[in-house]
Design a protein around this ligand. Sequence first.
Ligand SMILES: C[S@@+](CC[C@H](N)C(=O)[O-])C[C@H]1O[C@@H](n2cnc3c(N)ncnc32)[C@H](O)[C@@H]1O
Length: 310
Amino acid sequence: MHVSVLYNEVLDWVDPQPGRTYIDATLGYGGHTQGLLAGCLPDGCVLSFDQDATAIAQARERLGAAAHHLTTAHSTFANIGIVAPSLGFGQVDGIVFDLGLSSMQLDTGERGFSFRFDAPLDMRMDQSQGRTAADLVNTLSEADLREIFWRYGDEQQGRKLAKVIVDSRPIDTTLALADLIANNKPGSRHRQKTHPATKVFQALRIAVNDELGALEAGLPAAIQLLKPGGRIAVISFHSLEDRFVKNLFRDFARDCICPQQQVVCTCDWEQVLHLPRRNQAIKPSAEEIAGNPRSRSARLRIAEKVARST
Ligand SMILES: C[S@@+](CC[C@H](N)C(=O)[O-])C[C@H]1O[C@@H](n2cnc3c(N)ncnc32)[C@H](O)[C@@H]1O
């Protein structure tokens, strides 16, 4: 059985209605898309993005007859502002983002996302293009690797690990990289809750898929596509993404961006979003975490386009 993270919370907020139009920016295995379709059929429609062609094929198969009412785009949601209007979704009533990896991607060993399986170091969500994790590990400078480990993984031993990696190249498989880190990271020999390579793997995955760049391009463009009164829900799984979503929502909810000490407003800024929970994140319940431990780091933020906004 497929379990979508924060499913009820997302669907309660977006509240899909018959005849209306929705976008799921991250189709995955189609859980949230299924809920959007169930709410908007028979005469509404849904456009779902995924940059992973396998995810699209599997979700369409899983959705069965409902997939006939679904438009899919094999594209990064970074291009949502161009792709959605070109497919007839120029103004929509609701948008869902459920960021990061799917369980299918994590649990398919040959995709190279996990050190639980020995496989080529790939990590691309879109396997039709772009540089693999092996490309980065084997070609980037020590300084660039260190920066990636620090920025995207908050890896305190990034300096040492970048040097060890550069000295040990080429490194082509998940286990070769995981073992190298385990053998060289201080404290790795002691029993730990998480594998010593967890942060490096996360950092490489974020870099390979330009996950923050996609969000920085895609989220403002998605807000642009919302009709007045349209609703957006964004689930993120690490603090870098969540901080970006929180700050963007906060800025779009302001009605003035003049410096605080300025008495008369001179900016032309108009409030774009209304934040019903004062920008507080919604977290999974204890029951949800018990049933699906991968949901534990999920944070959902919600917003509504203000009625007078264009
Ligand atoms: C967490 S899963 C989504 C699960 C889905 N909500 C469900 O209920 O089944 C995230 C999906 O988003 C896709 N994805 C991640 N970043 C993307 C991007 N920038 N553009 C398009 N798809 C992306 C991944 O390939 C993955 O299939």
